[in-house]
Design a protein around this ligand. Structure first.
Ligand SMILES: [Zn+2]
Length: 301
């Protein structure tokens, strides 16, 4: 017997200053027919209301790093977002045996990343969704970040079959921009359509392999001995997300205008370049490698 997806959650405002998801959730609350599909129930949640009210990414901790199974059970973690994570675990999970089958979490970035589909599992259901959306929106980038679901600290990992993070940019924090709003809306429609096709056993013509990017590491901005930033993203690198960075290419530029090149041995690709949200930890960008992502044989769920 094929197990079907019965409960899908769309979540927004996990980062309180990313308004696109917040306003899509509010819109769909008034127009639920847009997210209704016949074969499953769709529920809508604003996940970080206090941060949203204050138009801040978070109050105490980054909510989208609180969903590791061990952390959810730790009674000593009681900051605002740590408590929100436990409430969301009760509402959507519990993580070990979740009520909700699939979670679509809506984010934006200040980096020039376009439509980025971020997923942390090679499960064919999830990879198939990424491929399906990329077929419909060829400019989308696939951002694969494999992680065991129990150890995964993203909100999407509360879903029984995991989930999917839709990350669109560039857009400043605390802003709406119709192009970003509309692209996010379109990607969610494709995601729901895909689940409906899957549930109802219709043939979905997908390639077996697509290009994507896999996270390597976060790269810190240069700092002095007091932890003060001494350089910023080099202008040649600004807005060049998903482009190759070769050894010797300019990476940072100091406050006095001196170029700091990339001193690694191998070419990498940049993402989240000059992401405003990462300044709290003096992070300048992420390094990624280009990979081929395989859609494995799809076994019944
Ligand atoms: Zn976010």
């Amino acid at each position: 017997m094929i197990d079907t997806i019965k409960h899908v959650a769309i979540t927004g405002g996990t980062h309180g200053n990313e308004l696109t998801g917040v306003h899509l959730i509010k819109h769909w609350s008034k127009c639920p027919e847009e997210v209704d599909r016949n074969s499953f129930a769709t529920e809508l949640h604003l996940t970080n209301p206090k941060a949203n009210q204050e138009v801040r990414r978070y109050i105490d901790q980054d909510l989208n790093r609180q969903f590791n199974a061990r952390d959810l059970k730790n009674p000593d973690l009681n900051g605002y977002e740590q408590q929100r994570a436990k409430s969301l675990n009760a509402l959507l999970g519990p993580k070990e045996d979740p009520r909700v089958d699939f979670i679509l979490d809506l984010h934006t970035t200040t980096a020039n990343m376009g439509m980025s589909l971020i997923f942390n599992t090679d499960d064919p259901l999830v990879v198939g969704m990424a491929f399906y959306i990329k077929q419909k929106m060829p400019e989308a980038k696939l951002f694969f970040n494999p992680c065991d679901r129990m150890k995964d600290n993203f909100l999407t990992s509360l879903g029984r079959l995991n989930g999917f993070l839709i990350e669109v940019g560039p857009i400043a924090q605390g802003l709406l921009n119709y192009e970003v709003y509309s692209d996010t809306h379109t990607a969610v429609m494709h995601a729901l359509d895909y689940l409906e096709l899957r549930n109802t056993g219709q043939a979905i013509d997908l390639p077996t392999q697509m290009d994507g990017y896999q996270f390597i590491e976060k790269i810190s901005l240069p700092e002095d001995s007091e932890g003060e930033i001494t350089a910023m993203i080099h202008p040649n690198l600004q807005n060049k997300d998903y482009e190759e960075i070769k050894p010797g290419d300019p990476l940072f530029i100091t406050l006095s205008g001196e170029t700091i090149p990339y001193d690694g041995d191998a070419a990498v690709y940049g993402a989240f370049i000059n992401e405003a949200a990462y300044y709290d930890q003096n992070v300048g960008l992420s390094f990624m490698e280009k990979i081929s992502i395989n859609l494995m044989n799809d076994s019944p769920l």
